[in-house]
Design a protein around this ligand. Sequence first.
Ligand SMILES: O=c1nc[nH]c2c1ncn2[C@H]1C[C@H](O)[C@@H](COP(=O)(O)OP(=O)(O)OP(=O)(O)O)O1
Ligand SMILES: [Mg+2]
Length: 195
Amino acid sequence: MGTLVIATKNKGKYLELKKMLGDISFTLLSLEAFPHIEIRETGASFDENALIKARVTAKETGLPALADDSGLEVDALKGEPGIFTARYAGEHATDEDNIKKLLERLKNVPFDKRQARFMCSLALAFPDGKIFLEHGILEGFITLKPCGIEGFGYDPVFFVPDLGRTLSEISVDEKNRISHRAKALEKMKKHLYML
Ligand SMILES: O=c1nc[nH]c2c1ncn2[C@H]1C[C@H](O)[C@@H](COP(=O)(O)OP(=O)(O)OP(=O)(O)O)O1
Ligand SMILES: [Mg+2]
């Protein structure tokens, strides 16, 4: 049985990916098992950052690595926060700080003008240099205030029209059926069978 490193320090992301990979028979590790690995997200796009995270992790561990770089694009903010989603309110910002800043920036924008999308780039890198990249997108709207307690990151303010609820008002299993990450991972699964 092989081993795959999920190259993330984000517990919410790790738990979602782990759950979605539940039916695949290999051992999963997160970056918590490799505290010495430090990765700087210096890329100019989600793709570049996902590739950096996956490549560095595969090289440092000698194991295949799956990295997720994701974030929010808000139309009324011309695509911000984009690749800066995790650091929107500063380098060590919490999810709450980031949500607060986002709602503040949108305070004069009515609900129907608050279109946004979650973007996900997933990169799978092998120690021999082989690499795969896949994408997923989830369309929605930014709410006027946080709703719900499930999930992580910006889930409490991301409203999915088809569900009539935010991502924090649904279970992780429901989220894993529709999310940007789920769509990207579904496409990545064909490459994972090479493990
Ligand atoms: O499904 C999601 N539900 C809510 N928020 C989300 C989601 N997907 C991404 N996000 C937010 C979290 C973070 O603010 C940023 C990702 O930043 P990103 O650099 O990819 O992840 P991260 O720094 O938290 O962990 P790591 O780089 O170790 O994987 O977008
Ligand atoms: Mg990050």
